[in-house]
Design a protein around this ligand. Sequence first.
Ligand SMILES: [Zn+2]
Length: 298
Amino acid sequence: MGSNYLTSLADWCREAGLHVHEVDGWQSRARSSGGYESGRPWAIMWHHTASSTSAQNDVNYICYNCPDAPVSNFLLDRDGHVWVCAAGATNTNGKGGPIGFSKGVVPLDSMNSYAVSIEAANNGLGEPWPQEQIDAYFTLNNVLASHLGLNPDDCCTHHEWAPDRKIDPATANAVQGPWQPGSVTSSGTWSQVDILQEAIERAAGTRPPDPLPPEDDTVTDEDVQRIALAVWDTRMQLAGGTSSGSLLVDAAELDDNDVERIALKVWDTPMILADGMSSGTLLTMIQDIVERIEALGG
Ligand SMILES: [Zn+2]
């Protein structure tokens, strides 16, 4: 039995500016395996409910009425409000994988005890996804990643985990707002690559509401390393179409054209993220990455 219950979930969400509903008893709700093992969760799983009902009915199903309750840690409703349903491990992911994340590879059929899971209210058949809900999806993903010590792209769609069984989240062409995910199945499943990229960009773009005093407005070595690693991970995933656990395998298969293309993008992205905050350390870090990529291309 795991003993790690994520009892700060509601506070984290409020801290991120999300509108939060706490479902009675969420702090101790879990699947039969209890809380998470020490050091987990390793991943954030993205789903849709495949429902067309009220948020309260979705919550009742997730927490009580489903034979496999609790289904997920969160319901993200159509208004972009977050309902905190469970602090322990939940049952929404089922058979699938294995798949890699920054903390390691989640073994075959084991995601339920490795992931914190979000069910977003949508029928998955073309119902519009309001921009408020999309924005809240990324905000929730990124605040979870931040507090769990994960990267913003340590997330995964249900389809990516179980491609033969699951299409969620969908549909891509029903997503409203400026972010427009590609579609990777005939059912309109959102592109995992597009989600990861957007999560990283939104995390990197986060700014405090008020300008920091000048002495704090600097790029630290830690910032540089975090951004560089995130960029590296994303570009590897874009190149290989898989997640960071398979990074070395995929990188070894890159040809020279891929290496050049990735190197240029890795070079460009941090320059954009750094926007006006010049740093000699940042340049050194980018050069290191480019050299690593070139070395991989052999
Ligand atoms: Zn699902």
